[in-house]
Design a protein around this ligand. Structure first.
Ligand SMILES: NC(=O)c1ccc[n+]([C@@H]2O[C@H](COP(=O)([O-])OP(=O)(O)OC[C@H]3O[C@@H](n4cnc5c(N)ncnc54)[C@H](OP(=O)(O)O)[C@@H]3O)[C@@H](O)[C@H]2O)c1
Length: 326
């Protein structure tokens, strides 16, 4: 099969579309013929080893010392099940599915085997394969952090980076959980963030939310622009700062914030749970979560897709269609 491989850390030019062994599903796995995948900020971080402050060594140990241990990037996919392992009971060949291998990656390929009890769900019929492929990275991260923050109806939530992959899911899901949502974005994306359901939108090129008197129960930073010290006065009593793109200093502030105040900092990697993928499917089916797609690329244009994601300006997801012509 064809796959996009990344055999060393570097710019988009390190990517190579080449032939690799097609996987064979184990007894409890399904083999998905991939029709669509995405290039996310996660793929950019792994390819470049550009990680938040203080996490360089940990990242090399986790991802590969001199090159990515998993050379096929890609965290999420949508496609059709081609074959199933002999002990599989939940799925059948021909089922349209989407899946989120997440940090295990391997979705920038024509096929991927996925455990049937892993993060895989039937594709909601109201979504295209491209939309289904772009549900999980932002959606699952948003669900994780909102769960950790124990968001409640009526709470005030500020989302920094509201137009990005994670931010666009956070705005929609926080609204779904009954929060009053303010999005922080640039002038270009004000209308877009409003259309996602935000009650209020702040243009960061004109207004610094830390200098206003407004306070929030939850501040979700998907950009890495802020810190507990900088925005703690914008948090209400018992407020939570979600540092989704945070580095080591933010993880340390998660330890001392509750000792020195009534507030909490929630940082670290998001869990990747099969039940979250099921929940995302249900929310998308109900029309609550609408995947936001920015640009579409063909499989042969993977390097261009990476170059665009690397601008850090994408809105929602960048989707790649995976062809199967011989
Ligand atoms: N903790 C975890 O487990 C976890 C999981 C997933 C992702 N992440 C991290 O979360 C971060 C966000 O991921 P993503 O996929 O959402 O990224 P993304 O889609 O690439 O984010 C791009 C968006 O960021 C916005 N942006 C850039 N600078 C901004 C600023 N100063 N203020 C407000 N918005 C700004 C841009 O909007 P404008 O053009 O309008 O500025 C753009 O729409 C990444 O660092 C990623 O590594 C962490």
């Amino acid at each position: 099969m064809k796959a996009c491989v990344c055999r060393r850390y570097g710019g988009p030019e390190v990517l190579d579309l080449t032939d690799v062994q097609k996987p064979t599903p184990k007894d409890k796995e399904v083999l998905v013929k991939i029709l669509a995948t995405t290039v996310t900020s996660g793929d950019w971080r792994v390819r470049t080893l550009n990680v938040p402050k203080g996490l360089g060594l940990v990242a090399r140990l986790a991802l590969g010392i001199t090159r990515p241990r998993q050379p096929i990037l890609g965290t999420e996919l949508a496609g059709v099940i081609e074959t199933v392992g002999k002990a599989v009971t939940r799925f059948r060949p021909g089922d349209a599915v989407f899946a989120f291998p997440g940090g295990k990656m391997g979705c920038h390929a024509q096929y991927r085997a996925v455990a049937e009890d892993g993060p895989v769900a039937l594709k909601p019929a109201n979504l295209s394969f491209e939309e289904a492929a772009s549900l999980s990275f932002g959606g699952s991260t948003a669900l994780h952090f909102l769960r950790k923050a124990d968001v409640k109806a009526g709470e005030k939530v500020l989302v920094i980076g509201a137009s990005g992959g994670v931010g666009s899911a956070l705005v929609q899901l926080a609204k779904h959980f009954g929060a009053e949502v303010t999005g922080v974005t640039s002038t270009t994306n004000l209308e877009l963030v409003g259309s996602l359901g935000a009650d209020r939108v702040i243009d960061y090129t004109k207004e610094d939310f830390t200098k206003s008197r407004a306070t929030y129960d939850i501040i979700a930073d998907t950009v890495g622009e802020t810190s507990f010290a900088r925005c703690k006065h914008a948090l209400r009593d018992k407020g939570r700062l979600l540092v989704i793109a945070g580095g080591l200093p933010d993880m340390l502030s998660a330890l001392w914030a509750p000792i020195t105040s009534s507030k909490r900092v929630i940082a670290g990697p998001a869990e990747e749970r099969p039940e979250d993928v099921q929940q995302l499917a249900a929310l998308a089916k109900a029309g609550v979560l609408r995947p936001l797609i920015d640009r579409r690329y063909d499989f042969a244009q993977m390097a261009e897709a990476h170059a665009y994601v690397e601008t850090r300006r994408k809105r929602g997801s960048v989707v790649v269609s995976v062809g199967h012509a011989r």
